[in-house]
Design a protein around this ligand. Structure first.
Ligand SMILES: Cc1cc2nc3c(=O)[nH]c(=O)nc-3n(C[C@H](O)[C@H](O)[C@H](O)COP(=O)(O)OP(=O)(O)OC[C@H]3O[C@@H](n4cnc5c(N)ncnc54)[C@H](O)[C@@H]3O)c2cc1C
Length: 462
């Protein structure tokens, strides 16, 4: 606990709340999305504006506290919270402002994607994000941002125009292609290493109603479907995306009873092109193999973005393992099918997200996100509501990953990783790591922001 003399000036400097152990709100405030994470910070500062963030950063630095920055709290490894330190909680900084004329969107550092989709949809616009609307804008953007619109519009970072940030010394900067360009390069994939982002400015796209939804096939057809999918997607029009999944059908509506609890493979499609062309675009897909369940049809963008929210409420146990894949050869597909047959729980699964199309137009060195030449971001997630199944879901995901890793490109999408050590972080940033370390040294020499996939500041001589 802090002495009153230490904590009182900090509390009175904030317009937001300060929550400490013993406070009735403490246990709720320290929870993050992954129920496996159980950390007990010394103090939680719920900031409501930039001034609060400046106070919190200064308080953390002056009291040599470990600092975690919380955006949406979704991070797999629970990097939005820490033991025995300060949590700078941005969840109250959740505003979204759309400029329909300029087609730009300003979102607070703690906004969730659902809020962005809601605000932009009214103007027939969308910003590329992920596939679950409860994910934070902060962490997803700073790590890259993969989702339904990646093939058409690029990663989320490819649509980022500027950020407002509070740096380790408490100073405030705006960073864009013109202002602090080195910092702007680094935040587009380098995570929360460089400061607290208090707002994000995005470019939005005219996207309103898609032709979208899942198609499911029996697991017995998985080899055939996966082989077809690996050839089909890279040649498909950019307005069409589809991520591949192994899954277990949830036992309830809208799924027909005969499919309940069945292990299946599926593709979740999203076509953003003209409605009149949709049936034609999907004709070869439907011709290739009739799906056991075809739920693809016209769908407002926010409906697609919220489709899986109810299936994955906060508090489930999650264990993640991931890799980038340059190809999906037959041996890798055989291993995938083997582990899909062993899916340990209804919520567990494997996804392959395409990273070609517009995302691959950007050079590996143009942002820290240096696997633009890979074809897929692969992630195995062991998920369950029962903490007793923690080992079961973790060992399935670990074994699955271990079998597939030799077929991978090396690193993994940083937002799909747990805390996996320096070697994995280096593999993930590849040739861009040294440049990130130099920017880190310039903006956060003492590594104040280290509760993240941490980039170590370059040594003094570099
Ligand atoms: C169910 C689920 C589905 C997902 N789907 C996708 C998907 O489709 N596509 C995709 O790309 N990713 C996806 N992710 C991964 C997601 O991008 C990461 O979990 C991301 O870290 C979440 O961001 P957050 O702000 O919610 O998390 P937090 O836990 O709050 O933060 C994560 C990290 O980002 C830092 N951070 C957050 N906000 C800020 C800020 N404003 N300033 C500085 N640092 C900040 C934190 O310090 C921490 O290191 C998914 C995750 C989950 C749990």
């Amino acid at each position: 606990m802090f002495s009153e003399a230490t904590i009182a000036p900090f509390k009175s400097s904030l317009r937001g709340e300060v929550i400490e152990p013993g406070d009735a709100r403490y246990d709720e405030a320290r929870k993050v999305y992954n129920g496996m994470i159980d950390r007990r910070p010394r103090i939680i500062a719920r900031c409501v504006d930039v001034a609060d963030v400046i106070s919190a950063v200064n308080f953390g630095r002056e009291n040599t506290l470990r600092i975690a920055v919380r955006g949406g709290g979704h991070n797999a490894g629970g990097l939005g919270v820490c033991d025995d330190g300060l949590v700078i909680d941005l969840s109250q900084m959740n505003y979204v402002r759309v400029d329909p004329k300029k087609r730009t969107v300003l979102a607070g550092g703690g906004a969730l994607w659902g809020a962005v989709d809601h605000a932009t949809h009214a103007f027939g616009l969308a910003v590329p994000s992920g596939i679950i609307s409860t994910t934070g804008v902060g962490g997803l953007t700073l790590g890259g941002g993969l989702g339904h619109l990646t093939r058409q519009c690029g990663l989320t970072i490819d649509n980022l125009l500027a950020v407002d940030m509070v740096l380790a010394d408490g100073s405030f900067v705006t960073s864009s292609a013109k202002e602090h360009p080195d910092l702007f390069w680094a935040v587009r994939g380098g995570g929360g290493n460089f400061g607290v982002v208090t707002s994000f400015l995005f470019k939005a796209h005219p996207i309103h109603t898609n032709y979208a939804g899942p198609m499911l096939w029996p697991l017995e057809d998985a080899t055939e479907i996966t082989r077809w999918y690996r050839g089909f997607i890279p040649k498909a029009p950019r307005a069409l995306s589809g991520f591949f999944a192994f899954l277990t059908v949830p036992p309830g509506p809208p799924f027909p009873e005969h499919l309940h609890n069945k292990k299946m493979c599926g593709i979740v499609w999203c076509y953003t092109g003209p409605a009149k062309a949709a049936e034609r675009v999907f004709a070869p897909i439907r011709k290739f193999k009739t799906a056991a369940l075809d739920m693809v049809g016209p769908m407002p963008h926010p409906v697609l973005q919220t489709m899986f929210d109810a299936l994955y409420p906060p508090g489930l146990q999650w264990y993640w393992k991931a890799d980038f894949m340059r190809e999906l050869d037959d041996k890798a597909i055989a291993l995938h099918v083997k582990f899909a047959e062993q899916l340990p729980t209804m919520h567990s699964g494997m996804h392959l997200y395409p990273i070609d199309g517009k995302a691959s137009d950007v050079k590996n060195s143009s942002t820290p996100w240096c696997y633009r030449d890979a074809k897929w971001a692969q992630v195995m997630v062991g998920v369950d509501c029962d903490p007793a199944n923690r080992e079961k879901i973790s060992s399935w995901a670990r074994d699955y990953w271990t079998a597939l890793h030799p077929h991978s490109a090396g690193g993994a999408y940083v937002n799909f990783m747990m805390e996996e050590g320096d070697d994995r972080i280096r593999a993930t940033y590849g040739k861009n790591y040294d440049r990130l370390a130099k920017v880190k040294k310039r903006y956060d020499r003492a590594n104040l922001f280290r509760v993240n996939q941490n980039i170590k500041p370059a040594r003094a001589s570099t």
